[in-house]
Design a protein around this ligand. Structure first.
Ligand code: NAD
Length: 249
């Protein structure tokens, strides 16, 4: 099934983890994709891995500084030049935080917000301008289960994901008239590099708190991004879709 046949997408944080799974799922469903990462080397590596799997994939790599609106506008321009349009913008790049409040450096708080919030604003703005012009589009954001429950340290991370939910719900209201849908996916604990590195004794008690009895796979999350990007979700906007096995911590 090719749910995204003829569509074009730009995915930030596409070099590994959840973002890479989104890119691959979109390609497997017929989309042309611009994979974005923070560095050329990691972008090239991800592109080589995809091309080794399927040389027919329509994928290009970009590495704009997501804190720089000018660079993002140029990247969106490149997507438009290469593929003719931009239908789906996925704001997925993000960093987590664990700092205790008493030791938190303001510059570290600001750094997390810069990528997890400001970059979402920057990319949404650049994408929406193009989408409005072409008659519509879809903006999708990666939130987190911590946007509902908070977390016991690293306050910038849940704060940033609460902000992502706010951006999602507000832009859905603002951009509906331009036929632009805006949604977010809120993953629970997902098996990316970060989680794979955790020792078994940390993973086991974690899994015990998840009703579905396992951590999420990047593909579980990517499938939610597929649905929300596709025309199947044509009347869905302003939603924060949890993909967390009903975890409640
Ligand atoms: P990851 O660390 O495996 O990948 C992060 C991606 O973001 C990479 O592609 C990296 O290139 C990119 N990135 C990091 N810093 C960047 C920067 N300064 N500029 C541009 N790109 C940058 O992480 P992941 O687990 O796949 O997380 C992806 C998203 O999912 C994040 O927004 C994260 O908050 C969210 N999330 C992850 C989990 C989880 O358990 N893994 C749970 C909930 C939400």
């Amino acid at each position: 099934m090719e749910l995204l046949k003829g569509k074009t997408a730009m995915v930030t944080g596409g070099t590994r983890g959840i973002g890479y799974a989104i890119v691959k799922t979109y390609l497997d469903n017929g989309a042309a994709v611009a994979l974005c990462g923070s560095r050329r080397e990691t972008v090239d590596k991800a592109l080589a891995k995809l091309k080794a799997e399927n040389p027919e994939y329509k994928v290009i790599g970009l590495w704009p500084d997501l804190a720089n609106p000018q660079e993002i506008e140029e990247a969106v321009g490149t997507v438009k030049e290469t593929f003719g349009k931009l239908d789906i913008m996925v704001n997925n790049a993000g960093v987590s935080a664990r700092d205790k409040l008493y030791d938190y450096k303001p510059e570290d708080f600001a750094k997390t917000m810069e990528l997890n919030v400001n970059a979402v604003f920057n990319c949404s703005q650049a994408a929406a301008k193009v989408m409005k012009e072409q008659g519509g589009g879809v903006i999708l954001n990666t939130s987190s289960m911590v946007s509902i429950y908070g977390q016991p340290s690293g306050v910038a991370y849940p704060a940033s994901k609460f902000a992502v939910n706010g951006i999602t719900k507000s832009l859905a209201r603002e951009l509906g008239k331009d036929n632009i849908r805006v949604n977010a996916v809120a993953p629970g604990v997902t098996r990316t590099d970060m989680v794979a590195a955790l020792p078994e004794e940390m993973i086991k008690p974690l899994i015990a708190t998840i009703p579905l009895g396992r951590v999420g796979e990047p593909e579980d999350v990517a499938n939610a991004f597929l649905y929300l990007a596709s025309d199947l979700a044509g009347y869905v906007t302003g939603v924060i879709l949890s993909v967390d096995g009903a975890a409640r911590t």
